[in-house]
Design a protein around this ligand. Structure first.
Ligand code: TYM
Length: 338
């Protein structure tokens, strides 16, 4: 039943999120989004997908795309996504979503998309943008609405797109009646913006990422190259104003984080020490996931089975919503079921 109040207590959350297979996942993906996926699957009504249609706007080599999709599934499972509790699937396996995208396109003002940051950034930098990138938030809206999602765990950079989704759902509902459920974003405490090695948002486009499953020597090298300021060692520093500390506090134990914060406030330490502590903390934090990843990697049939089963479950749900939308706008005679 569609609703405008996703947090109404009587209704359990339907969780949904997507992640692009454009390369290996980095710490921003994990601490901003994937960790929330794992936490939220406990309620048992969660849908997570690998957004290969979105990735087509940047990955142009078919073999690379296929292997990124496979890696994404392995990585998500290794990081704790449990197919018995959450539905994991590949976006393009649910064609209902692309049809829904068109229906939403017909109620979407151009101006709304012109303001969206992915397209705007490209335009500002003078780079050519294709219609896929321009319409990207409409596809993302269909992704969310197709599953009657109420809660969408994401990092801060996706909040604008969820607002677009709410706008489009609202316009469609206004025209055709209560068809879509309005979703709300869910961010990690503290805001959902993980910094990269240079202190800007961690992002592939800024070349400042550290990948979750990167080989340890390569990862160590990147950590040791994290930019820091040139204040003298003895000067006291504010831990809350330092991206190296922010990264450390994501994966070290609470007691170690407190000790490190004290060290910052006292002064008399070098950033090199913090980096070494971060290398160790990251190694320990992801050790179990690395081991699980090695097991999963050796079992490609299991990965394929999880995705096939996930696609069937996802299609069933998306099919129901699409039929509701088709009937509401006059594409299918009212009362027909398929
Ligand atoms: P994508 O693939 O760029 O990123 C996947 C998730 O990782 C989060 N993230 C971050 N969070 C915090 N700090 C960072 N530095 C950081 N970098 C990335 C993103 O916010 C995201 O949650 N458009 C989406 C994919 C998508 C989707 C959807 C998401 C397609 N359809 C429907 C939710 C619902 C994207 O490009 O995410």
């Amino acid at each position: 039943m569609p609703t405008d109040s996703p947090s109404a207590p009587a209704q359990p959350a339907r969780v949904l999120s997507g992640i692009q297979p454009t390369g290996r996942f980095h710490w921003g993906n994990y601490f901003g989004a994937i960790r929330q996926y794992i936490e939220l699957q406990a309620a048992g009504d969660a849908y997570y997908f690998i957004a290969d249609l979105h990735a087509l706007t940047t990955v142009r080599e078919p073999d690379r795309l296929r292997s990124f999709v496979h890696d994404a599934a392995v990585d998500l499972l290794a990081l704790g996504l449990d197919p018995a509790r959450a539905t994991l699937f590949v976006q393009s396996d649910v064609p209902e979503v692309t049809e829904l995208t068109w229906l939403l396109m017909t109620v979407c003002p151009m101006g709304l998309l012109e303001r969206c940051h992915a397209y705007k950034d490209k335009k500002t930098r003078g780079l050519p943008a294709d219609a896929g990138l321009f319409a990207y938030p409409v596809l993302m809206s269909a992704d969310i609405l197709a599953y009657d999602a109420t809660l969408v765990p994401v990092g801060e950079d996706q909040v604008q797109h969820i607002e677009v989704c709410r706008d489009l759902a609202g316009s469609f509902n206004h025209l055709y009646g209560d068809v879509f459920t309005l979703p709300a974003p869910r961010l990690v405490a503290g805001g959902g913006r993980v910094p990269g090695t240079d202190g800007q948002k961690m992002s592939k486009s800024y070349h400042n990422t550290i990948e979750v499953f990167e080989e340890l020597p390569a990862q160590k090298k990147k950590i040791m190259r994290i930019t820091t300021d040139s204040r003298p060692v003895e000067e006291p520093k504010d831990p809350d104003d330092d991206h190296l500390f922010a990264l450390y506090s994501l994966m070290a134990d609470e007691a170690d984080v407190q000790r490190m914060a004290e060290l910052y406030r006292r002064g008399g330490f070098g950033y090199g020490e913090v980096k070494k502590a971060l290398v160790e903390a990251a190694d320990a934090f992801f050790a179990d996931a690395r081991a699980r990843r090695a097991e999963l990697e050796a079992d490609p049939e299991r990965i394929a089975a999880v995705l096939t089963d996930g696609a069937a479950r996802a299609r069933e749900q998306a099919g129901r919503v699409l039929m509701r939308a088709r009937q509401a706008c006059g594409l299918t005679p009212a009362g027909r079921q398929s």
